[in-house]
Design a protein. Structure first.
Length: 256
């Protein structure tokens, strides 16, 4: 004899998940491109260390410099993410990651520059999960978290492949072949070309965030200014200590 399914309690509302809000797919795209760039940048930074003939132990130390921000800033990033709209937090943190890329291009040591990227990633994490509770009802959060985690795993795999492709001889030769007439970008090596492209992926992630164009432009201007001040400080300290690599030599020629 077949058993009847249990009847619902009287008055209990039937929960229907329904379709996800469009804003969720925007957040998922922003998370994908930001995580994609994080993992591609690790490969490019390792290639940059090798081009600088740095010791072999610095390659695994790159990941540690990235993770240390999660440990040191754990008590603070949650409060920072709650201090303003989550979309703005994600915009700002992607701007911090762009600053880290720019520091690598301006001859700041990759360990320090990648730590700046880790700073942005540490502040980004609570915002990407916190914004889900603002967009979706409780019955959709499990599915949403599953999509975010699946997107993250996919971006990790594709990010490593992207980073390897960007520093490969064929792709890097094509990237270095592009030149702006009358303007010296200072991008002369395959790792630097890869890092410049990866910064564009961070910009794409920032565009996907729910932010006004004025805020997006302000983020770019602020990132450019912060990068300029930090680079100038690093160059000044290096020159005072007698450092004369190819970047300092180029600065001496510009001042002459």
């Amino acid at each position: 004899m077949a058993r009847r399914p249990p009847r619902a309690f009287a008055g209990a509302p039937a929960e229907r998940e329904g379709p996800m809000k469009p804003g969720f797919y925007t957040i998922m795209a922003a998370q994908f491109f930001s995580s994609l760039a994080d993992n591609a940048l690790l490969v490019a930074a390792i290639a940059l260390l090798r081009s600088l003939s740095e010791p072999a132990w610095m390659a695994p130390a790159l990941k540690q410099s990235f993770v240390v921000s999660y440990v040191l800033l754990a008590p603070l990033v949650g409060a920072f993410a709650d201090s303003m709209p989550k979309g703005r937090v994600m915009l700002i943190t992607n701007g911090i990651k762009i600053v880290g890329c720019a520091l690598m291009l301006f001859a700041v040591h990759p360990l320090l520059a990648y730590a700046v990227v880790g700073l942005g990633a540490a502040a980004y994490s609570p915002a990407k999960y916190g914004i889900l509770t603002e967009l979706l009802p409780p019955q959709q959060l499990v599915v949403a978290n599953g999509w975010i985690e699946g997107t993250t795993v996919g971006s990790i795999i594709l990010g490593v492949l992207l980073g390897g492709a960007l520093v490969s001889p064929r792709v890097s030769t094509a990237l270095l072949g592009f030149d702006l007439p009358g303007f010296d970008t200072g991008i002369d090596t395959p790792p630097e070309a890869a890092i410049a492209i990866i910064a564009v992926f961070y910009a794409i992630a920032a565009i996907f965030n729910d932010a006004l164009w004025g805020q997006w432009i302000h983020m770019w201007v602020a990132a450019y200014a912060v990068t300029g001040f930090l680079t100038a400080a690093v160059y000044a300290v290096g020159m005072l200590r007698g450092r004369r690599d190819r970047h300092h030599a180029r600065g001496d020629q510009a001042l002459a």
